[in-house]
Ligand binder design. Structure first.
Ligand code: NIG
Ligand code: FE
Length: 414
């Protein structure tokens, strides 16, 4: 039995104290912060949390003490939307965009997702895993302790399975908590351009059963947007996934008011993600539903498009969630602190709201709130210890500094 006692934590951001699965709207601003606090951990689990004034040293006699004087302790960040397994960076397309081409134009000319799919066919599973391990280590350094990983750069039976195998194999090499999502419907490959349904059948009737059989994914995703999959196609694919028990997470409303949000709500999707193109109709559809809005501000930053209406969503009482969308096309970075900074500077979120959106609400968007996302007894010991800082606001404020001191996953320092 390993016992750890983190003492004299200057500010402990618990996020929740009553086992709430998520927080919505203005409740997100209350980070349940405790000053001068301790956290007691046994093996991989948080056993007790409290204020130093009430600490009974005798109760923790056998524990290794870790002095956190002046430091903040936060829940590990939950990045609930990434494409962490990808073959190659695409800086050439970045330069094309700087010269005036749009993301959509590049995609229509065979760039974008199809470009990544071409590279994926030529990279070995071993090399793909090696490169993904490096990326995973990088994001743990940014404080991410739980990550969702999508397929979607394969677009053939063999390559989609390869991608998901790598995402699952990653679990053996890094301590991150990993959830996987099947995104065979990420784009229509060029050879199916004139028979879209044939590709959709391949996704639903060939890929999906194998993904399920081999236990490679828990969720299903569709890129429901202009130039990609229609609302009808999305519903068809999501329903096929539901037959196998896969929850839905949809790429919606990034490029156009696509109806993606509405179809997500109609199909009881766990989350609809992106939402850069959302207005009152999309917010109205989400209110009263169980579907989580996940915003990806680094996509808006990198593509130079509108930011999603986080503030309006919060005013409407929605459980806004934040994620990086780490991928080679629209968000080639996996820093949750940077995402939280963008949420504050460009989406009008308060630092504590951004923190809740990046921890507890992210956990809910992965159906993992029982285990991660807050610092409460009974939860897994996934923590971020910062440098000595006055408050959490310093993290989104000092957007280019890495102020993280140590990261713990399942009770072990990474
Ligand atoms: O989430 N929008 C769709 N898919 C990815 C980007 C795909 C790419 O450009 O490689 C995203 O932004
Ligand atoms: Fe994405």
């Amino acid at each position: 039995m390993t016992q750890l006692l983190l003492t004299d934590i200057s500010k402990l951001y618990r996020i929740s104290t009553q086992g709430e699965a998520f927080k919505k709207g203005t409740d997100m601003a209350d980070a349940a912060m405790l000053e001068s606090a301790y956290v007691y951990i046994v093996d991989d689990t948080i056993k007790a949390v409290g204020s130093m004034a009430t600490l009974q040293p005798r109760a923790y006699r056998g524990a290794e003490r870790i002095d956190c004087k002046g430091k903040l302790v936060l829940p590990g960040f939950v990045d609930s939307h990434t494409h962490l397994v990808f073959p190659k960076t695409r800086e050439q397309e970045f330069v094309y965009r700087l010269k005036g081409m749009s993301y959509e134009e590049i995609a229509r000319k065979g760039g974008g997702i199809l470009n990544s799919a071409k590279s994926l066919a030529h990279i070995s599973e071993e090399q793909l895993l090696e490169e993904t391990i490096e990326r995973a280590k990088e994001i743990m350094g940014f404080g991410t302790t739980t990550v969702e990983i999508k397929s979607g750069y394969g677009l053939t039976v063999e390559s989609e399975l390869k991608l998901l195998r790598v995402a699952n194999a990653l679990k053996e090499h890094v301590p991150l908590n990993i959830k996987t999502t099947f995104l065979g419907a990420h784009a229509i490959p060029a050879n199916y351009k004139n028979d879209r349904q044939q590709y959709i059948d391949l996704v639903c009737d060939v890929m999906l059963p194998q993904v399920v059989d081999q236990n490679l994914a828990e969720f299903i995703d569709v890129f429901c947007d202009e130039g990609f999959f229609t609302v009808e196609e999305t519903e068809y694919i999501i329903k096929k996934g539901a037959k196998y028990g896969l929850g839905a997470k949809i790429h919606a409303n990034e490029l156009a008011f696509s109806g993606g949000v509405q179809v997500g709500v109609k199909c009881n999707a766990i989350s609809v993600d992106h939402l850069e193109r959302s207005g009152p109709d999309e917010i109205e559809a989400l209110v009263g539903s169980t579907t989580v809005p996940t915003l990806l501000p680094s996509v808006a930053y990198f593509l130079g498009i509108d930011y999603g209406p986080a503030r309006e969503m919060m005013e409407a009482g929605l459980p806004v969630t934040l994620a990086t969308d780490y991928n080679p096309g629209s968000s080639p970075g996996g820093s949750m602190p940077f995402v939280m900074s963008l949420a504050c500077t460009h989406m009008n979120m308060l630092p504590e709201e951004a923190l809740c959106a990046s921890t507890l609400n992210g956990a809910w968007a992965l159906r993992m709130s029982e285990k991660v996302g807050s610092i409460e007894p009974g939860k897994q010991a996934d923590l971020v210890v910062t440098q000595p800082l006055d408050s959490f606001a310093r993290i989104p404020y000092s957007y280019a500094s890495n102020l993280i001191d140590r990261v713990m996953i399942k009770g072990e320092w990474v």
